[in-house]
Design a protein around this ligand. Structure first.
Ligand SMILES: [Zn+2]
Ligand SMILES: [Zn+2]
Length: 90
């Protein structure tokens, strides 16, 4: 089902919609409904395809965006370590 689109440099295929830009999202859980019947698995309401919010319907997302969010927990850890070091001076 995935179309082969040219991905601009510095971008990668959106994993939420598999690069389609659009997907069927559950009205209850917000998760992608990966099913031919396009029905919400929770309330069984029929759903249509929507623009993917993760990539704004473009099918690709910034590589930097994800790298940046990956770095945040590390920064928090360093901040906590510094706070602990200040709390317990030797
Ligand atoms: Zn997407
Ligand atoms: Zn639902």
């Amino acid at each position: 089902m995935s179309k082969n689109k040219n991905i601009p440099e510095g971008k990668k295929v959106c994993e939420t919609c598999n690069g389609n830009g659009q997907a069927v999202f559950s009205c209850c859980t917000g998760e992608v409904v990966d099913d031919d019947i396009m029905m919400c698995p929770k309330c069984h309401e029929h759903l249509g395809e929507e623009d993917c919010p993760d990539c704004d319907g473009t099918g690709h997302v910034d590589m930097d965006k994800e790298d940046f969010t990956d770095k945040i927990p590390g920064l928090n850890t360093i901040a906590e370590a510094m706070r602990d070091a200040a709390k317990y001076p030797d």
